[in-house]
Write a protein that binds this ligand. Structure first.
Ligand SMILES: Cc1ncc(COP(=O)(O)O)c(C=O)c1O
Length: 483
């Protein structure tokens, strides 16, 4: 079957997208225009993303002013290239870097490429929903006191599950020691547009912030933003230097043929927000609040920070993005596969992620009342029909402490040995192993594989979660450092 036929068939099925991208296939920026008609290269007045001085610069300046940053770069290779470029720009080979261990795999790839030594911060795990909590500022303080030679820090806020960290306190602690902070805000470009959402890291003291606008705003897959918003380096020279370093790094990690279709879409999204953000976010929050109120009738399905649950029940969360619908489905007599099938076949809803006891729906300003109602109706009926207390045992939490034996680049430079995964306890991994989504590594190169890690990864696979590895041979084999 041709891919285009598959995509058109899918689009014809009236399946409601409770997943990325944030435009929900409803925001038609092309407005009847053939994509080929506007697919230009750098011609006379079309400007150049890698050296913007004209129409692209104007557009990115407008985005910076909308988001309240000093400078905004449009990214057409996703937040992935923004993370690679930011870490490359702010580090020197051999630097120690403070890293929240629940960061996306792109961060570990950057650490590898740049030859850095990561010191990990492990967020605690929320008991009821099994998701990671916020990064505690006190963890950051302890780490920088123990390792005074840390040169850079990076955290993810909000997480894939919508958990937000106290970026203001974290950046204060780091800035007191002149350590810059990068925040991976891939899941939070919509924050800061309405008081009902947590504030964006851009205005909370971070130095560089990366946002996947394709995830939660109306813009196509692969489009993202990188903001320079340093509160550490306010003087002109320092900012100019950071600007130079980031621009140079993007020249390495981003395509030399940036798509004008993507850039026009970002520009369109920025104009739309500039013109209509108040009304769009007002309506969005109204829908979320109504949905939350109506889910109080659910007896078995629990929704994080909605319905009968609230932020106060989660002492490990500093704040939470109300746009995320995180569901605990452990009290349902349904496997993840059955739940997914009922959602899709009966209710025509495609969710973002489903595991044995967890499901995630992503919402955005492009969702409709009908979309929220469809999800609500499905949950009410499934709750009544399949609800049952303690229907299944809890799945293992997504992330626990790990033991680092050598840096990622040191492990990658060592000779390789392929071993059976089941027999790999005690060996040092040369592979990255991650559940996708959300791309947070269970095992990082240089970490010791323990019986607990093997049990956890095996349980994730058995629970229907897609687990990927560098060489794709799991669950049978893993590549380790040769002894
Ligand atoms: C936390 C986080 N950061 C970064 C990324 C990478 O973003 P992109 O897909 O825009 O490259 C993802 C993607 O899943 C993510 O979840």
């Amino acid at each position: 079957m041709k891919l285009l036929d598959y995509l058109n068939d899918y689009a014809d099925q009236d399946i409601y997208p409770m997943h990325m991208p944030g435009h929900k296939r409803s925001f038609d920026f092309l407005d009847g225009i053939s994509p080929y008609r506007i697919d230009l290269t750098e011609v006379t007045d079309s400007d150049n993303l890698h050296d913007p001085t004209g129409i692209l610069k104007e557009s990115m300046d407008m985005a910076a002013s909308l988001f309240d940053s000093y400078r905004c770069w449009y990214l057409i290779n996703g937040s992935t290239c923004g993370l690679l470029a930011s870490i490359f720009a702010l580090s020197r080979r051999g630097d120690k870097i403070l890293v929240a261990r629940n960061c996306h795999k792109a961060v570990y790839n950057a650490i590898h490429i740049c030859g850095l030594y990561p010191i990990y911060l492990f967020p605690k795990v929320d008991k009821e929903f099994g998701v990671n909590g916020s990064i505690d500022p006190e963890q950051v303080r302890t780490a920088v006191e123990e390792y005074p030679d840390i040169k850079l820090a990076i955290i993810t806020s909000p997480t894939y599950d919508g958990v937000v960290s106290d970026v203001a306190s974290i950046s204060h602690i780091l800035h007191d020691r002149k350590i810059p902070l990068i925040v991976d805000e891939a899941h939070g470009p919509h924050l800061g547009f309405h008081p009902s959402f947590p504030k964006s890291a851009i205005t909370e003291g971070a130095d560089l912030v990366i946002q996947s606008i394709h995830k939660t705003l109306p813009s196509p897959t692969q489009t993202a933003l990188l903001h320079m918003c340093s509160s550490l380096w306010k003087n002109r020279e320092k900012l100019q230097d950071m600007d130079r370093q980031v621009s140079a790094a993007l020249g390495i990690f981003e395509s030399t043929s940036p798509s004008y279709i993507f850039m026009a879409a970002i520009d369109n999204c920025i104009h739309m927000l500039a013109n209509k953000k108040e009304s769009l976010f007002h309506e969005y929050i109204r829908r979320i609040n109504r949905f939350s109120k109506e889910t109080t009738c659910l007896k078995h399905i629990r929704i994080m920070c909605k319905g009968t649950d609230s932020l106060e029940n989660h002492p490990l969360f500093y704040d939470f993005d109300p746009g995320k619908i995180v569901m605990s489905i452990k009290n349902l007599r349904l496997t993840s596969g059955e739940f997914e099938e009922i959602m899709l076949k009966k209710y025509k809803i495609e969710l973002e992620m489903i595991a044995a006891d967890y499901a995630l729906a992503l919402t955005s300003i492009c969702d409709t009342d009908e979309g929220f109602d469809r999800l609500l109706q499905a949950l009410i009926e499934i709750d009544a029909e399949y609800g049952c207390e303690n229907a299944k045992p809890a799945t293992p939490p997504r992330l626990r402490e790990s033991v680092t034996k050598m840096s990622i680049s040191a492990a990658k430079d060592m000779p390789d040995e392929q071993v059976r995964f089941a027999d790999s306890a005690g060996r040092i991994s040369r592979e990255i192993v991650f559940a996708y989504p959300p791309g947070i590594p269970q095992i990082v190169p240089g970490e010791e594989i323990t019986p607990t890690t093997i049990a956890r990864v095996t349980a994730l696979i058995e629970n229907g979660i897609t687990v990927q590895s560098t060489y794709g041979e799991l669950p049978k084999y893993i590549h380790v450092v040769e002894v």
